[in-house]
Write a protein of this length. Structure first.
Length: 153
């Protein structure tokens, strides 16, 4: 039995195990932060590695939603338009997290600047900026500047 055959044999609830696992991880993280606040622990602000991980999650979700929207649009145009809007909103969220990342204090002075004309100096700046640049190319191929500037409704 090939892996493809097994995926067809899975119950519908197990059709997307990795997506469910990622969602469960986010829920766990949110509950942990909420519990720390409720327990009276001092709330620590996000740090650069935390925002880097969150940006990675948002851009991966952005790619997934793009693929789902592309497959849905031909058969169900109205649903495809809503998914395309969600795709643009995810880009806006990733863009805001990227901007927040660069406003965090850097380990080395001057190391937090994002310069598209040259590569940043190593991780995590290198990884988040490369990831963000790739996502920005993808969103600009399919979305107008007006769509991106439109606030969520």
């Amino acid at each position: 039995m090939s892996p493809d055959d097994r995926s067809d044999a899975l119950p519908r609830s197990d059709a997307h195990p990795y997506l469910r696992a990622a969602t469960a991880g986010l829920r766990h993280h949110t509950r942990t932060l909420t519990a720390q606040t409720a327990a009276g622990e001092s709330a620590r602000p996000a740090d650069r590695p935390h925002l880097d991980s969150l940006h990675a999650h948002l851009t991966a979700l952005h790619r997934l939603l793009d693929q789902i929207a592309e497959r849905t649009r031909p058969e169900r145009p109205a649903s495809g338009r809503h998914l395309a809007t969600a795709h643009a909103r995810l880009w806006q969220a990733a863009d805001a997290v990227h901007a927040a990342f660069h406003l965090m204090p850097a380990a080395a002075p001057g190391g937090s600047d994002c310069h598209p004309e040259r590569l940043p100096e190593g991780p995590p700046v290198l990884t988040i900026c490369q990831r963000h640049l790739a996502a920005s190319h993808a969103i600009r191929r399919k979305t107008t500047a007006t769509d991106l500037a439109t606030p969520a409704s």
